[in-house]
Structure formats: C-alpha cells, structure tokens
Ligand binder design. Structure first.
Ligand code: SF4
Length: 305
C-alpha cells in the first residue's frame, strides 16, 4: 500500500475517469472498486486481482480537503541537458506545488508527484483491461489472439507510435517484437536509450488480418483509447513510425517523405515522423533519413549523440 494525499488523488482519478468516459469506457472492469467513505473528502480506490490481472493498490485518506487549485504536475522545459538539471526541475516543481516531487529515474522520465504517478498507473491498468475486452471492430475482435495495448515507461518523455500489431505482436501481446521491432530496438539503442526508457504503442490495438492496413472505421474506433493512453502518459515527444501513424495522428494526407524531417504538434506534444522499421527492412537505403530524424529528435530532447 502507498499513502498519498487524498485531495490530489481524488482530483487526478476524476480527471482520468472523465478521460476514460470520453474514450467510451462506461464501466470499470471486474476487480476494480471505487468505495465512497463516510467523510466525503475521503475515498478508497482499490484495484485487486480480477480476471487474472493484478494492478495497483492505492489507499488514500485525508482529514481535510486539499486545495482544488493545486496543480498535480508542472510541464517543465523540453531541454534537460544533464541529470543535475533534472534535480533542479524537480525541486522547482516541488516549490510550485508544495508537493515533494518524485525524482525521475532517468533523463527520459518526466518528473511526477507520487499521487499523480499512482493514479496514472492505476488508470492505465483500467484502460488496458477495458481494451482487452473491446469488440468495437467485429472482424478484428474475432480474429485476434489478444489485444496489444502498449509497453514501456509510463513516465517517459518519448513515445514511439506505430500503426497496428502484426503476427508476432498478436501472439505475444507486446508491440514491436518481430523483425521490425528488433530494428526499432536497434534504432532506440543507437539513440543511447533503452526500450524501457520509452513507451511503444500502436494506433490500433488489434491485428488486422493478413497485416493489411487498418481501415478508417477501425482507426476511428480505437482513437479514444489512443488519446486516453497519450493523455495518461503525457509524453513531451511522439515519434510516428510510418505513414499510417503519422497521417492519422496529425490528420494529414501528406506522404511520410513530406512529413518527416521536421516537428509537428499534436495537442501540445512535439511530433516527429519517420519511416516504419518494416519499410526500412525492405528498403534499407532509407535508414539514413530515419537516422537524420532521430538526430533531430534527440537534439530537441537535449540528448547528445
Ligand atoms: S482495434 Fe481497438 S477499437 Fe477495434 S476491437 Fe481492437 S481494441 Fe477495440
């Protein structure tokens, strides 16, 4: 059990539940209980074993209401040149919020309060369970082995976004684990990162049969999940892999060749687009351009290559 401030937790969970509702999540999955307490300011949110999933247990009690105006997190400058700067950022956030911020585990973590991190992890678990039972796309739901939600550091500054799971991903439930995934891992490591430093996800969570491109209605059906996921992770940067992810996230019809090589914006998050690793396996001569895109991205993140 971890104890966090009730007012803070309650506000964050309310925000996240609203976000889930906007994604069409109207019911908490089995195993999740929200219990009102006698004191209106207190509530216990418990996620326990259910359907084989064990999420997080958070128990919060407060004697007094916390100021509703308190900000749970403060977005910090994009450039974080070294670890001492991260510490400065962290202490400045603590001053602004009056909260003791959690020190980031690495250069690639966004500083978060304990309450915010706990509520975030919990809500991501709820969303993941909801996705696992989703049948909005009848063909995909009837042909998939399992949904492929996303994997990695939920406090990261950087998400990699692909289009859809393939056969290997459908089998394992983990995005980018096939040959293309192995190339993505090499790209990430060439940027002096580890897969665990970033978060990897797809536009849609189910494998299209025969690895066809996702259909417009499938992309639309899954959009709410994607946006909730990004809202919860709140990365500073997104790297779109391939035309399907880039065009659909940005609402553009431009080719990937025209979208790459510069920054775009998605709801305040900086977005860079590059070629999909599967395309690079077929056309290795384009690896040079992808490396240029990665250098552009790392420079903006303050990472020296
Ligand atoms: S692709 Fe997304 S919306 Fe469609 S069935 Fe899978 S989880 Fe549901």
């Amino acid at each position: 059990m971890s104890f966090v401030d009730q007012g803070e937790l309650r506000r964050i969970v309310a925000d996240r539940l609203q976000s889930l509702q906007m994604a069409g999540v109207l019911q908490l999955p089995r195993g999740v209980r929200l219990q009102p307490m006698v004191d209106r300011a207190a509530a216990t949110l418990v996620v326990g074993p259910g359907d084989g999933n064990v999420a997080v247990s958070v128990e919060a009690r407060a004697a007094t209401e916390t100021s509703a105006s308190m900000s749970p997190t403060v977005k910090e400058p994009l450039h974080v040149p070294n670890q001492s700067a991260v510490t400065d950022t962290d202490s400045s956030m603590a001053k602004k919020t009056g909260w003791q911020a959690t020190t980031p585990a690495s250069l690639f973590d966004t500083p978060r309060t304990e309450a915010d991190s706990s509520a975030r992890v919990l809500t991501i678990e709820i969303l993941q369970q909801q996705v696992a039972s989703c049948t909005k796309c009848h063909e995909l739901a009837s042909t998939r082995t399992q949904t492929v939600f996303g994997v990695g550091n939920t406090k990261t500054r950087l998400c990699f976004l692909g289009e859809a799971p393939g056969a290997d991903e459908d089998k394992t439930g983990i995005p980018f684990v096939g040959r293309a995934g192995q190339l993505l891992t090499k790209i990430i490591e060439a940027c002096k990162l580890k897969r665990d430093d970033v978060y990897i996800l797809n536009m849609i969570k189910c494998r299209p049969p025969g690895n066809r491109n996702p259909l417009p209605n499938e992309l639309a059906n899954c959009r709410g999940y994607l946006e909730s996921q990004l809202d919860l992770i709140r990365p500073e940067f997104i790297c779109c892999l391939g035309a399907v992810a880039a065009q659909n996230l940005l609402g553009s019809t431009l080719s990937i060749g025209k979208l790459r090589g510069k920054f775009h914006s998605f709801r305040g998050t900086k977005v860079v687009c590059t070629y999909h690793p599967a395309f690079l396996l077929r056309s290795p001569s384009f690896k040079k351009e992808t490396w240029e895109d990665m250098k552009l991205l790392m420079r903006e993140m303050g990472v020296e290559l």
